[in-house]
Design a protein around this ligand. Structure first.
Ligand code: ZN
Length: 429
């Protein structure tokens, strides 16, 4: 039996890139897709039975926080990549707001080496900082980080308040063949807000965050990208107005792409009633009309992809009053079931379209392998049971972060196995 070889038998093979949606066997040899046909001989092969299941390219997450180096009590490259594998991800981009910040080649190399030697096998693509120490002042060493292996640059967690620094970042990024991922937020407009500003924040007596805090920066980001003719990717779009700004910008040819997350299509500010601090996230959970707008944005292509913004925290930072709780949701292990239930079962899109949003499109935007089941491509594969019912149990998360507002809720869509380079790195059946 060859290493990295197997036969995945009888599943519904979905590959949006090649327009494939058929029941077939997938032959993997030497870590690569060798053949997709009916009735391939299984002689001498390791066989994975996939009848009644879906075989698709593994998910690729453009936006997560693995907390390593420096905050290993929240997550590290081992637990984080294991959690990603459990969620069906074969590649993830980790944001630079670690301690120390990933603003130099030494940290980039540390992340890549630890992921390679101790990680679950999931590909890790580090995002480098735009500014040194995420301080928004001096540009980080983008060229050196690119040499060391970063895929993009971002000050995520913080906005780039200085528009000229953003402009320079886009120019440097273009020169070094990376791109800017923007955390679009006006901190002055956020003020001391802790949740979406609206009826619910008033009712709960919690300080609100106006949608404008996100939208003025989305508008700014788009206008700077437009003026420069450069590329920009907008992180975690959560508002109706934000989606509309992206839609209009795309229409006039701005090189803008954007993501939203499972929690903006799967939860609203009404979930904050009861003051569950697991609902605290940045940007905040919005209203139903925003949730619908994010769904519509995904459906019409305004929003290119779904990213998790996986943000694990220790319970000491979460099991406190709402207004002092850390912001973020541990998202790897619920990304598929929440997205599948809210988008596919709810009738907004087909399963192949969802796989495109979680796999094919992010691979394309990042320019990384995966996101396809083309013969000769890397065998980075997820096996799914979409109709399996799941009640989310945060205590069973592989991630060190158990912070999720989805705990105890029931969804459809199980991830059964994650395969990277023809090797099963996580299996649930
Ligand atoms: Zn962010």
């Amino acid at each position: 039996m060859m290493v990295g070889s197997m036969l995945i038998r009888g599943g519904r093979v979905i590959d949006p890139k090649n327009g494939v949606d058929m029941v077939a066997d997938v032959l993997v040899e030497n870590g690569k897709i060798a053949k997709i046909e009916e009735n391939i001989s299984a002689e001498g092969m390791q066989v994975i039975e996939a009848a009644g299941r879906v075989v698709a390219p593994g998910f690729i997450d453009m936006h997560c926080h693995l907390r390593d180096p420096g905050q290993e009590y929240k997550e590290d490259l081992i637990s984080g990549t294991k959690a990603a594998a459990r969620g069906g991800f074969t590649g993830v981009c980790c944001m630079p707001n670690t301690h120390p910040v990933n603003d130099n080649a030494a940290v980039t190399r540390y992340i890549l080496e630890k992921a390679q030697w101790q990680g679950s096998g999931v590909h890790v693509y580090p995002v480098g900082a735009i500014s040194k120490g995420l301080e928004g002042k001096e540009m980080a060493e983008i060229g050196r980080m690119k040499q060391a292996g970063i895929i993009a640059i971002s000050d995520d967690g913080r906005p780039v308040a200085n528009s000229n620094l953003l402009r320079l970042a886009m120019q440097y990024a273009d020169y070094f063949n990376v791109f800017v991922m923007s955390h679009s937020e006006d901190k002055n407009l956020v003020g001391d807000g802790v949740m979406n500003e609206g009826f619910i924040s008033t009712k709960l007596g919690l300080p609100g965050i106006t949608r404008a805090a996100e939208e003025v920066m989305i508008a700014r980001d788009i206008l700077v990208a437009e003026a420069e003719g450069k590329r920009i990717h907008l992180c975690h779009v959560s508002t109706k107005g934000g989606v509309q700004l992206v839609r209009e910008a795309k229409k006039r040819g701005v090189r803008v792409t954007a993501e939203t997350t499972p929690h903006y299509i799967g939860a609203t500010d009404e979930w904050v009633i009861g003051y569950d601090s697991n609902c605290r996230v940045n940007p905040p959970l919005r209203e139903e009309s925003d949730r619908q707008a994010c769904i519509a944005g995904l459906v019409d292509g305004t929003l290119d992809c779904i990213a998790t913004d996986h943000a694990p925290h220790h319970q000491d930072e979460k099991k406190v009053e709402f207004h002092i709780a850390a912001s973020g949701i541990s998202g790897f292990e619920t990304a598929f079931c929440v997205s599948y239930t809210e988008l596919v079962r709810a009738g907004h899109m087909t399963l192949p379209q969802l796989i495109e949003k979680m796999s094919t499109k992010p691979a394309q935007l990042l320019g990384v392998p995966g996101g396809e089941l083309t013969v000769g491509a890397a065998a980075d594969i997820v096996i799914l049971d979409p109709e399996k019912e799941i009640t989310v149990d945060a205590e069973k998360f592989v991630s060190r972060g158990h912070n999720t507002p989805f705990h105890g809720r029931t969804y459809y869509g199980a991830v059964l196995a994650t395969i990277v380079g023809g090797r099963v790195i996580d299996q649930q059946y």
